[in-house]
Design a protein around this ligand. Structure first.
Ligand SMILES: CSC[C@H]1O[C@H](OP(=O)(O)O)[C@H](O)[C@@H]1O
Length: 370
């Protein structure tokens, strides 16, 4: 989306036609810097260190990571190593594993000499498909926001979102924020309450940055304020993203999402999840039992990163030196707490019947045992 009026995407093939250009999201919101991925290892490191993050973007980065590996060595062992290296980066976002499976299916049958060009072409196709999906999520979500706005004429619609599920989590548009961008472009007055989203603060650092850069009004809040605002009638709808949805409509998303869904249910606030088809894991039904939850370093909890008064990026400790910390990066929101799932094909009830109706080809494959 736009930054100071200029259109950007989070990832693209560089002008040299082989390296991959990404926005370094660890430096936002204070520094906007592009980095070049030159190798499989660069791509894997960027995913692990969250230089790029967000389920769709992780998938696209992994796809380009395979292309970078094939440019260096298109042999079978190199292809297997690329799959293993990238597959081990982050466990929760199914888009990573979906993209790797698609790259493997595309490249395995080819002679090694043909793999590099096809790998770049497939990675590009995955990226373009993600842009189209997210734009369509925006269009379908806009209709939903328009219907909600009609219930409160004469005032702006107040949306709460958690973490960053905007264009910075994808290639463009975003998932949970795509309807916000579509509403803004459609002239629908909308305001966003942005959860800071401890401990990595993707809300404070990324969602606030991208909404502000696009001219969309927002208010940053601490994670624990959302329930209070819902009790006060300040939130019309919750819109969040997802790293993995089950065929039954359970969703894994950034830690704290589940608590927001509980508060939304208790206050009759509609709770919608926005996601593309590549975030649905059709092989599982029970999110709590089957979605792997990433545990990240304790330092992310015991320390905070920011700028000192001279504009230098520093980290400060906020807990005792002997503190132990747990850092589950995601939680699972059961389908029963979800009002609906906004996809590129429309809005589905958060259950198997609803998702299968939007993706009949998947339900047939599932019946056939694929
Ligand atoms: C559109 S997927 C965005 C999703 O990814 C985030 O996780 P992370 O920043 O750790 O990659 C978060 O769960 C967002 O909702």
């Amino acid at each position: 989306m736009r930054i100071a009026g200029r259109h950007y995407r989070t990832i693209a093939l560089a002008a040299d036609g082989c390296s991959v250009e990404i926005i370094d999201q660890t430096l936002l919101p204070f520094t906007f810097k592009l980095r070049r991925l030159q190798s499989l290892e660069d791509a894997a490191q960027a995913i692990c260190e969250m230089t790029v993050r967000g389920a769709p973007l992780i998938g696209v980065t992994a796809a380009y990571g395979v292309a970078l590996a094939m440019r260096t060595d298109p042999g079978n062992a190199s292809l297997r190593r690329a799959m293993t290296t990238l597959g081990a980066t982050r466990p929760t976002a199914v888009n990573l594993h979906w993209a790797l499976a698609r790259m493997s299916e595309t490249l395995q049958p080819l002679a090694p000499g043909a793999r590099a060009a096809q790998a770049y072409a497939e990675a590009w196709a995955i990226a373009e498909e993600d842009v189209r999906c997210c734009e369509m999520i925006g269009r379908h979500g806009l209709k939903l926001l328009q219907a909600l706005a009609a219930r409160s004429p004469g005032r702006r619609l107040n949306v709460l979102t958690h973490c960053n599920a905007g264009w910075l989590a994808c290639v463009d548009w975003g998932t949970a924020l795509a309807p916000i961008y579509a509403a803004h472009e459609d002239g629908l007055p909308v305001h966003v309450y942005v959860d800071e989203t401890r401990p990595r603060n993707q809300g404070a650092a990324l969602t606030a940055f991208e909404l502000g850069a696009h001219g969309i009004p927002y208010t940053l809040i601490v994670d624990n304020a959302g329930g209070h605002l819902m009790q006060q009638g300040q939130i019309d709808v919750c819109l969040v993203g997802s790293d993995r949805a089950t065929a039954g409509g359970d969703i894994a998303n950034k830690i704290g999402t589940y608590l927001k869904a509980l508060a939304a249910r208790d206050n009759d606030v509609p709770f919608y999840v926005a996601l593309p088809f590549s975030s649905i894991d059709w092989s599982i039904n029970d999110g709590l039992a089957q979605i792997p939850i990433e545990n990240r370093p304790a330092r992310e909890v015991t320390h905070l990163a920011g700028l000192d008064e001279r504009g230098r990026r520093i980290e400060v400790r906020i807990a005792p030196t002997d503190a132990t910390a747990a850092n589950p990066a995601f939680d699972v929101t059961p389908a029963r707490l979800i009002t609906g799932i906004i996809t590129e094909r429309g809005v589905a009830a958060a259950d198997y019947a609803g998702l299968a109706a939007l993706y009949p080809e998947r339900s047939e494959a599932r019946r056939a045992g694929a």
